[in-house]
Ligand binder design. Sequence first.
Ligand code: HEC
Length: 554
Amino acid sequence: MRREARLGVMAALAAAASLLVPPSPHASGADAPALCGVAAAQGEGRLEGVLVTARRKEASFSVTVSTNEQGRYCFPRSHLQPGEYALRIRATGYDLEGSPRADVKADRQATVDLKLGKTRDLAAQLTSQEWIISATGTREQKKAMQRQVINCNFCHTLERVLRTRYTAEQWMPVIARMNSYHPDYSGSVLVQKWRGMTGADTWWTNPAGDLASYLASINLSQGGTWAYPLRPLPRPTGRATRAIITVYDIPKQPNVIHDLDVDASGIVWYGHSGYDLLGRLDPKTATFTDYPAPNYSTQQGGVVGLMDVQADRDGGVWANVQGPKLARFDTRSLTWRSFDLPRSAGAFLAPFRAPNTTTVWTHSALRLDVATGRVDEFDWRTQLTGPHTLYMVDRDSQDNAYFPDYGRFGYGNSGITRIDGKTGVATFYPTPTPDAFPRRGYIDAQDRFWFGEFFGDKIGMFDTRAERFQEFPTQHPFSSPYNARPDKHGNVWASSHGTDRLLRLDPKTGQILEYLMPVYYDARKIVTDNATERATIWLPNKNTAQLIRIEPLD
Ligand code: HEC
């Protein structure tokens, strides 16, 4: 019998059977639809790439899927337990009409169709990237605002900046005040002062006066509306609509979070950067727990909170605490152990991979031997010429360290600096793109370092064995890839700054898919959990203190 014919017969049998028997076991299986519907706009019909978010009243998380080519969305039963859900959408240019609700039952599929109308406030829906693309100005002017180590949409959106009526003169004290906030420990609510940047005359590499004049030319100081059309990017299509996104709200609010890691049993650990706390999420039960973390800073009024968090292979979670120490949390005994360092670890720690779990590399070019407590100090400064700033750190299979290196404030040098773990020799490898600003990334099992080129708008790869780079451009300018990480299928995932989009690179074709997130996000870390059937991606959302889980469906 030919295959199609047999399928035809089976479908007919199945249809007949469904008339006779109660819902089959399949219909109540995890993949069976719990809630479906279509999203359509007046005069335009059904729309693809509309993000539909469902939230159960009592839940601490929400679940998002997208409409497909036919404008249809479906939530599987695995992600929506029975209950009453409120629905919302993200589709730039549109508002959802009414406040639709869904009553999800255990034994049958619920249907809710969504009506969309033209939005009354497009400006409120634009991402910072869309503002930059829309605004008038030369490349140099846009660079001053956005291509900075810490830019004007680092701690809040550009909407906040561009809805103002400030003249150039009125901008000057505002820019000076922005210089005083700590970039990593200041959300827009939880502000910590920073001693790193001072002075009212500059904004990083730029004269503050030039930036002030530019800002006054693109905000509302000239009149009631913007002098340029607002240009949203297209909605997601095709494969970029095929993902289930779960957004968990961290209970401790307000908050700023920076890094996370997933341990071997799928538990998520994250660093609160607003408090001295290590956070834990069990995604299976959506349960959060906080553990007090040590702070060894001796500075009066010094900053509080954790940055990088790395799970080792022995039930430990290493956290980047304040002060000249490293701290490891034993997840079984729930106790901390600390290790003395000659200076602070910097912001980041290298991930742990077998067989190198016996050492810890820090961003400040130290290497701790965990068993003996011995620390090797590597002096790369005397070996390299020109401006260098070593950013995060990772290591290859031979325990040599690699640091994205951004010169001075992202300019003058751009590349990867390697420190040989045995000899201490430092070598600088420049990226093909000048001023690419390699920011953060991850070394895969073939010793290839994948990283975000923050100013270069590319995902970079440095093959540490062949000592060769490859660069993959993003679809749109100002995508600002921040951190990149490969999964077990060979895709490379990158968080992207100011865009609310998650990038997925297929290195074989060079194609980058863009998944729009349902929330305003910024993630300094990206983790792929390869223990799940398809790789799962986790993002710590610094903007709103949430943890985002992305489950791609293909
Ligand atoms: C390090 C974090 C950070 C960066 C970077 C930052 N801001 Fe802010 N911004 C804040 C915080 C915190 C607030 C709220 C407190 C306040 O207004 O001082 C704020 C508020 C604002 C406001 C609203 C308050 C007002 O005075 O009108 C504007 C406008 C603004 N920022 C513009 C900018 C511009 C322009 C830049 C780039 C030059 C920038 N911000 C960069 C943290 C930051």
